[in-house]
Design a protein around this ligand. Structure first.
Ligand code: 0X9
Ligand code: ZN
Length: 440
């Protein structure tokens, strides 16, 4: 057998690891059109060149971030110049950012940070792989077995397309009482690495008794699912940093369904999704066609009677969004959702001044049906349902530098705590009758 034949055989058997995709000179442009008409023309250019919009324009602020491969750059810039739009090169060389991310991850693993000695050597301020995240959840479960005031248990909600576990950690006072619950997830979108890191940090703060933890655990039971899309997440670590979807094989050389277009409340690919399997926002063959979204559905449905809030962490853009994403209409209780979100964002801003926008998904961002937040509220009846878009506002986009993990987590924890403490759980109890015997 010749060398090339051997390589082909190894490749077919999956033994040869392909190099991760490179993004040398790939750019992200921030475009600011001067009017709505000009914005329409920019969007036409976006469609014409089949560009990836990293940050969508929102009402009142028409700027958008668009990712452009080198081979398209010249024509795109010329088209935008002819329009007269203001264009800034926001990220000049995506590969440089990815290289920096990689080397600072290596560095921080060599010098593990122990958050005031509390996190048992686990470094919360780097990006971890799937197996480390799972191990962390198991370690926390073990550690709390000997703690008097907190209990944590791991549940496997289901398995992914490639057979990985989708896990959730339930954290309670461990006194046998049942309280209203809050469900938090991260990592629905693979490339948004800051989201799982943030959810892991929340677990640490809760279990190792941060200032807020006693109040939060006295008031609620907590579910944390840090990584809902582990297949996509692993792929974004090993092969393609900008992967968004899961890894379902559609067998026409196209992979992945956008899990956040796959949930079954007013599921509709023509609203912000796609019926094209190759699209980054492919909605799936039908609502809940994917194992990962099915896992979340089953778990939430079997625990929904006590669930008052559902928060799904994404990046980027710094927004605290409530439903609906499928329509520009508002839920009838939007004022309560908005007030609670503002309690979160104003507390969050106090730490480092980060500004988060609050509003309904469609009105602040864009319409997209099939999101987990719409489903949690619309189908499962979880009143306070949100998508939180974490840091930043575009300077690094999905490739948020490792040294921003810590401030991002700290401010997000404060935001979460003040949000949760602001919730009026009495109202909820009234509505669903006498099921809760108040411990609050
Ligand atoms: O498009 C999304 O799925 C979310 N933005 S992201 O940049 N993280 O991809 C926003 C989802 C908002 N919620 C709904 N549209 N239901
Ligand atoms: Zn996302």
């Amino acid at each position: 057998m010749t060398n090339s034949m051997i390589s082909v055989v190894l490749l077919l058997c999956g033994y040869v690891r392909t190099e991760p995709a490179r993004f040398d000179n790939h750019k992200v442009l921030q475009i600011t059109p001067h009017s709505s008409e000009e914005l329409e023309q920019v969007l036409a250019i976006h469609d014409l060149y089949d560009l990836d919009m990293w940050r969508h324009p929102r009402m009142g602020n028409h700027s958008l971030d668009v990712y452009v491969e080198p081979e398209k750059l010249k024509s795109v810039l010329t088209a935008l110049k002819n329009l007269g739009s203001h264009v800034k090169i926001w990220i000049d060389d995506l590969q440089k950012l990815i290289d920096q991310e990689k080397s600072s991850m290596k560095r921080s693993i060599r010098f593990p940070y122990t958050s005031q000695g509390r996190s048992q050597g686990f470094n919360h301020f780097t990006y971890h792989r799937y197996s480390t995240i799972n191990q962390y959840l198991r370690d926390i479960e073990t550690a709390t077995a000997s703690m008097p005031s907190v209990n944590a248990s791991v549940f496997t909600m289901g398995y992914t397309y490639e057979g990985r576990e989708v896990n959730v950690l339930k954290v309670t006072r461990g006194d046998g009482e049942s309280r209203p619950s809050i469900f938090i997830d991260g990592g629905i979108h693979a490339r948004e690495w800051i989201a799982p890191a943030t959810v892991l940090y929340f677990i640490n703060q809760m279990v190792y008794w941060d200032d807020y933890a006693p109040q939060l655990l006295n008031k609620f039971d907590w579910y944390f699912a840090p990584l809902l899309n582990p297949d996509g997440y692993e792929y974004s670590h090993t092969t393609y940093r900008l992967w968004r979807k899961n890894r379902a094989d559609h067998s026409r050389n196209c992979y992945g369904t956008d899990l956040n277009r796959n949930f079954g409340f007013r599921w509709n690919p023509s609203v912000g999704g796609s019926t094209n399997e190759c699209s980054d926002v492919y909605s799936g063959s039908q609502a809940f066609s994917e194992k990962e979204s099915q896992s979340l559905r089953t778990f939430i449905l079997s625990n929904k009677q006590n669930m008052i809030a559902y928060l799904t962490y994404h990046s980027y853009g710094q927004m605290w969004l409530y439903p609906w994403g499928y329509t520009s209409a508002f839920p009838q209780d939007w004022r309560e959702l908005e007030a609670a979100a503002k309690a979160g964002t104003s507390a969050l801003a106090q730490l480092y001044g980060s500004n988060y926008i609050v509003g309904s998904s469609t009105n602040v961002l864009y319409s997209a049906a099939g999101g987990s937040d719409d489903w949690a509220k619309g189908s499962a009846g979880v009143k306070y349902s949100y998508t939180i878009e974490l840091r930043d506002t575009g300077k690094h986009g999905f490739v948020l530098p490792v040294d921003e993990i810590e401030p991002n987590c700290r401010e997000s924890w404060r935001g979460l705590a003040e949000f949760a403490l602001s919730l009026n759980t009495n109202m909820r109890r009234k509505k669903i009758g006498d099921r809760y015997k108040s411990r609050l």
